[in-house]
Design a protein. Structure first.
Length: 645
């Protein structure tokens, strides 16, 4: 009987297959596609598959809340701040339509927040009080050659008067002595007084070194005939007497060349309780694409960016004091490309991975190394592979942060290069002689990969594109999980949405990961149709949330001093194997120098877990953190928020 039943099953399967094949002959491509899609849906939704690979889901906001999110930060309320500014949209910029949303990923609520300036391509970092510091943004959009109608460029204003500075208002006219052409300033400029120089040995007066001011000027009328070919000295209209003699402009070629983005000096704190921007003193330098990094004393270092005339800030780095809300220059200068990956080390120095996300010459500030901000000493680090492909690479401090190991992921050539790297590179900064070595490779050369540190000491690496801004339909629909303890990397479930430039990822308090943004240059493989900004949010639920129930975690203090302890309650305390303190992310342009996962010592007594926070202020920066416990199955709890004052 069993043999007959078996033969009947085989016969039914054969008949069914024959019918499918016959239908396929008539509707082959369609049937194959539908069948494949349905089978794929079935596969990725199987419990066993999700427990091994996780699952991706798309979140689409109601139309009135959609925006081109460029920046995102997890707030201490558990909500996510989504900042677009003008969202890389010239029309929005011209209309002063600047967008910010607050999204609650648990309740699903969305709120629109008034945005005071164009915070497109700003810098941001978490502050000790739980506010988010935001500095810089966009003053002017770039104009490509052909779109520039008025000749323009940089005017250096000289003031030879040693007794007082001079302010020139917007609209000041400069007329060339040789070329006779007149150019108009776009903004006011303060030109400091000249500096008297004396002989150090004799005290004899030698000369006045003029004070210098920089301003963008453009021709009064359109057309190539108003371009200049060489340097000229410019008389400033409206000045008389001594001011006219002592003040003048010098400019190189003023032309119809491409004009770069220009930055702003404005800075704000975002208050997550009041849910509004609070203006603080502006930076000394305008910055577009700056990196903000916390220093040993809790002050914030602001580095690089394009200035208010579209040039790379010439090494003038500055520091924000959260107490006084004011900015001061560092004692010495050091130049980096825009959005450099800069991390505070346990010894108080700054690690620069060599990776960056944007602009700058290919021969300035590209070497990885360790930077002492106080002395300006920079020690280069050897061994980095694909060193010419570090633009749009991601850098992550591997968990736990005490190990001080970093991974540099992917990257590409400078500018719009087609080059991309499949490499991951590792470095242990606790080694006596730290040097980069290669880690496991990705399957494809990858620009703009996202990397999020998870509570179980893995790192989720996802997305990116093989070519610049996804050219040639080169978005990579792949995700990998890197195990920081073993060094193993494996493929997990594929994301549903391609993400390249202007994308980012954020670890949420429930252990899931949120992905946002993407700004493809084109929307087709032939690169003939303009791209469309990706406004959908995507959530990845890691495999650990499909294995067993999350361990509970409750109670405990909201504040724990460095070196202090705090006691929490868990019904699963006896199963806990790890406790991690994870700093909330502030992510943009493949740059997130805030995220770090710190291992905490702990003791268990009954249903109580007592944790100890390390003493090192450089390891545990002041601020709000997510406290996770992870059980013996590798499943983390939902986070409890804790402030380290």
């Amino acid at each position: 009987m069993k043999d007959q039943a078996g033969r009947r099953r085989v016969r039914r399967l054969a008949i069914g297959t024959a019918v499918v094949l016959a239908l396929a002959g008539m509707n082959g491509p369609w049937l194959y596609r539908v069948g494949t899609e349905k089978y794929h849906e079935y596969q990725i939704n199987r419990p066993e598959y999700k427990a091994e690979n996780g699952k991706w889901e798309i979140v689409e906001f109601p139309e009135k809340y959609r925006q081109n999110t460029i920046h995102a930060a997890l707030l201490r309320t558990g909500k996510v701040l989504l900042v677009a500014g003008s969202g890389n949209d010239q029309d929005n910029f011209d209309a002063k339509k600047f967008d910010t949303r607050i999204w609650d990923p648990v309740k699903g609520t969305i709120k629109t927040v008034p945005t005071p300036k164009d915070l497109f391509c700003t810098g941001h970092t978490q502050l000790a009080n739980g506010n988010l510091l935001i500095a810089g943004g966009t003053k002017r959009y770039e104009k490509l050659k052909g779109d520039v109608t008025k000749a323009g460029g940089l005017m250096i204003v000289h003031n030879e008067n040693p007794d007082k500075p001079i302010t020139l208002p917007a609209g000041t006219k400069f007329t060339g002595k040789e070329n006779g052409k007149t150019f108009v300033s776009k903004d006011p400029v303060l030109v400091p007084r000249a500096k008297k120089v004396f002989d150090k040995a004799t005290g004899e007066f030698l000369r006045n070194d003029p004070g210098l001011g920089r301003i963008y000027v453009e021709a009064q009328q359109k057309g190539a005939k108003y371009e200049t070919g060489t340097q000229d000295n410019y008389r400033i209209q409206g000045l008389t007497g001594g001011a006219a003699r002592n003040t003048y402009g010098i400019a190189q070629k003023l032309a119809l060349d491409k004009k770069d983005f220009q930055g702003i000096r404005d800075a704000f704190e975002f208050d997550p309780i009041a849910e509004k921007y609070i203006k603080v003193d502006p930076m000394n330098e305008a910055r577009w694409y700056p990196t903000l990094t916390t220093l040993s004393d809790g002050k914030i270092l602001s580095v690089s960016g394009l200035d208010d005339i579209g040039q790379l800030v010439p090494g003038k780095n500055e520091i924000f004091d959260p107490e006084t809300k004011k900015w001061t220059y560092t004692k010495k200068t050091r130049q980096f490309p825009t959005y450099p990956a800069l991390f505070l080390m346990q010894n108080g120095k700054i690690f620069y991975s060599g990776a960056n996300a944007g602009y700058g010459p290919d021969d300035v500030g590209r070497d990885p190394g360790i930077w002492d901000v106080d002395t300006n000493k920079f020690t280069k680090l050897p061994g980095l592979s694909d060193a010419n492909k570090l633009e749009t690479a991601n850098t992550v401090l591997l968990p736990p942060a005490q190990d001080e190991k970093y991974m540099v992921i992917g990257g590409g050539g400078v500018g719009e290069s087609k080059l991309s790297s499949e490499k991951t590179r590792l470095i242990d900064l606790l080694d006596a002689n730290p040097a980069f070595t290669d880690g496991p490779s990705l399957e494809k050369g990858t620009r703009y990969p996202q990397a999020s540190v998870l509570p179980d000491d893995t790192v989720l690496i996802s997305g990116g594109s093989e070519d610049y801004r996804g050219r040639g339909d080169s978005n990579i629909l792949q995700a990998h999980m890197y195990d920081a303890a073993t060094g193993d990397m494996q493929r997990v479930a594929d994301p549903l949405v391609g993400r390249n430039y202007h994308s980012g990822s954020i670890l949420l308090p429930d252990g899931r990961v949120m992905f946002f943004g993407s700004d493809s240059l084109y929307s087709d493989k032939a690169d003939t149709k303009p791209g469309k900004f990706e406004q959908r949010i995507e959530i990845y639920t890691p495999p650990y949330l499909y294995r067993d129930a999350q361990p509970s975690l409750s109670g405990g203090p909201q504040t724990i001093e460095r070196g202090g302890t705090g006691t929490f309650t868990s019904q699963h305390a006896s199963t806990i194997k790890k406790v991690r303190l994870i700093r909330p992310s502030a992510s943009t342009h493949v740059t997130d120098v805030d995220q770090r996962s710190i291992a905490l010592d702990y003791k268990v007594s009954g249903d109580k877990i007592t944790v100890t926070v390390p003493k090192n202020k450089n390891l545990v920066q002041s601020g709000w953190y997510m406290l996770f416990v992870t059980d013996d199955q590798g499943t983390p709890s939902k986070a409890q928020w804790v402030q380290v004052p």
